[in-house]
Design a protein around this ligand. Structure first.
Ligand SMILES: [Zn+2]
Length: 324
């Protein structure tokens, strides 16, 4: 089977970090900047051998500035879902933080509507299913984060499928954000939490205490055998992003994806940020096949197993059919 033909389930991809380069180039021109295409590339993508969280994070400032209107957010969302569809992705949950795109002319409801509308234009063709995850931010106020949770509830019938917690994990400890997930549970909103990327095992433990069934990254679990057992026993899915982990220095030597998989932890393979990293889901599969002993069958199994953890219950059976 060709890699493009594998039905792919993508659960961890950020809209701002996966902004189409052509769109960015066009919008910069509209905004009066005279950058060449290669300058735009340099501003949005890390060096090939990037091993620096700072350099990685710097690449998000321009996309956030550019995604400042209903039209642009809609276009960015639409182009990302279309790109994923072409890569053979059959289900994608795209995440972003609405709060980062609010300005004098754009209120937070319109921000969310734009991204939903862009997605739905591609979903209506019936080749890819998906949903939007709204990110609460570690550096945002409690009020703003609770607003994000309310928005997830408000737009759940239109395409928002869950919430996340993103941002600097090493600076703002996961344990401080219980209030977000208390409210999400109250409102029956599914959630995932970035934990065990820049932060350690205590961050993962806090996320598990909040009741998460999915961890964004979670790879630091490799440091603690008891925690690995717990992930297995409690049937927790790790949203693993190999290239991103190297670029942000979350992983230095051998990536733990294979060991975690062999030990029986459920793994979903993702890219995190296609444009920032200069990758896509197919190149990520190729990287894993070339650098671990995992085989194409293992990648298919990771995708199949991930279906049980998607936030849109209505399409689970349809997706499982695709693997028969
Ligand atoms: Zn992420």
């Amino acid at each position: 089977m060709e890699l493009v033909d594998i039905p792919k389930i993508v659960l961890h991809i950020h809209l701002d970090g996966s902004l189409d380069l052509e769109l960015a180039y066009k919008w910069l021109g509209e905004d009066g900047y005279d950058y060449s295409f290669s300058e735009v590339l340099e501003k949005l993508r890390v060096d090939k051998e990037c091993r620096s969280l700072n350099q990685y994070l710097e690449k998000f400032s321009l996309p956030c500035k550019l995604l400042n209107s209903y039209e642009r957010l809609k276009e960015a969302s639409k182009s990302l879902f279309l790109k994923l569809e072409k890569e053979g992705v059959v289900y994608a949950e795209v995440r972003f933080a609405p709060i980062k795109h609010v300005n004098d002319k754009l209120n937070i409801n319109r921000v969310v509507e734009a991204v939903i509308d862009g997605m739905n234009e591609i979903l209506k063709n019936g080749k890819i299913y998906g949903g939007i995850i709204l990110c609460c931010m570690r550096d945002a106020s409690k009020e703003d984060n609770l607003k994000t949770v309310s928005l997830a509830k408000e737009y759940s019938h239109l395409g928002v499928v869950g919430i996340d917690l993103a941002g600097a994990e090493a600076l703002y400890e996961t344990k401080n954000f219980k209030y977000i997930f208390d409210k999400a549970k109250q409102e029956n909103i599914p959630f995932t939490i970035h934990a065990g990327e820049a932060g350690g095992i205590s961050s993962i433990k806090s996320a598990l205490e909040f009741g998460t069934l999915r961890l964004g990254h979670g790879i630091k679990a490799i440091e603690d055998n008891n925690l690995i057992e717990r992930l297995k026993n409690e049937n927790i899915l790790l949203e693993v992003c190999v290239t991103s982990n190297y670029q942000t220095e979350a992983v230095k030597g051998i990536h733990p994806i294979e060991e975690l998989y062999r030990k029986g932890v459920k793994i979903s393979i993702n890219t995190d940020n296609d444009t920032v990293s200069g990758i896509d889901i197919i190149s990520e599969y190729k990287y894993i096949l070339a650098n671990t002993n995992l085989k194409i069958e293992d990648i298919i199994k990771c995708n199949y197993d991930s279906i049980d953890f998607i936030f849109n219950d209505k399409v689970k059976n349809k997706l499982k059919e695709m693997y028969k």
